[in-house]
Design a binder for this molecule. Structure first.
Ligand code: HEC
Length: 231
């Protein structure tokens, strides 16, 4: 094979490499439908506050933001305890304690759904991929050697009922973290509809205005100017 052809083949191979990466990545993630009903998001928030916040912060989300998910003021008051409504969702565990206990500071979860490829599907897969190896140690198929414990008990969910419960919980907390990464997305969509509606009405009005003005400037006549010089 000539050097020219060889370099052409290696160039083609190099161009295809990123495609292999793109195809290989999502296959590792579970093919799950992340729920988006208000009830699922609320239950996900309860898991996040009651379980995940044992170690993780959600520093960009405040207790007040939870009202937008449909929680009543009373429910939020119960969750926040002594904290004010404007307080961010900070873990009960200080970072140094997390580091000492797990060897890694548990990362902030507010933007996690944006930070990882696959977003909520990544979070779901991580939570459901814990297993016990042959010698009884817990590990994770998606993130081998992860320092986070099997917090939802995926390794012990052996019967279908326990698995269903685990999958529902993981999907709902992933849904909540997906909302948390962009809590104003719904508002923005609504504003978008209003803006488009406004522009359509404005276009109609401007068209009517244009017709009125042109009726005055160039009254419809039967004899059109014969040449450009008539202007
Ligand atoms: C007992 C402490 C603890 C609890 C509770 C906990 N985590 Fe973690 N989590 C960790 C630690 C420690 C890490 C860092 C893991 C590492 O980098 O090896 C981590 C990392 C993560 C990551 C990032 C993984 C990555 O790709 O870097 C996600 C996502 C996550 N946790 C989600 C959750 C969710 C969702 C919950 C609640 C259902 C939760 N965690 C509860 C300790 C905890």
């Amino acid at each position: 094979m000539s050097t020219m052809r060889l370099s052409r083949y290696s160039l083609l191979f190099m161009l295809m490499l990123p495609c292999i990466g793109v195809w290989a990545e999502p296959a590792k993630l579970a093919d799950v439908i992340i729920p988006d009903s208000p009830e699922a998001l609320k239950r996900g928030a309860q898991t996040a506050v009651g379980t995940c916040m044992g170690c993780h912060d959600l520093k960009y989300i405040t207790y007040h933001d939870l009202l937008a998910l449909g929680f009543t003021k009373k429910e939020v008051d119960e969750m926040r305890g002594e904290h004010t409504l404007g307080t961010a969702l900070m873990s009960q565990t200080p970072p140094e304690a997390g580091l000492a206990a797990y060897g890694k500071i548990p990362p902030d979860l507010s933007l996690m759904a944006k930070a990882r490829e696959g977003g909520p599907r990544y979070i779901y897969t991580l939570l459901t991929s814990f297993y016990q190896d042959a010698v009884g140690n817990t590990n994770n198929r998606l993130f081998p050697g992860v320092k986070m414990p099997d917090i939802l008990g995926a390794g012990a969910a052996n019967d279908p009922a326990a698995q269903h419960e685990l999958q529902t919980k993981a999907a709902e907390v992933a849904a909540f973290l997906n909302w948390a990464a962009d809590p104003h997305a719904n508002e923005r969509h609504h504003i978008g509809y209003y803006a488009v509606g406004y522009l359509i009405v404005l276009t109609g009005l401007l068209y009517l205005l244009k017709r009125r003005i042109w009726r005055r400037i160039a009254p419809p006549s039967t004899s059109l100017p014969s040449s450009k010089s008539d202007f």
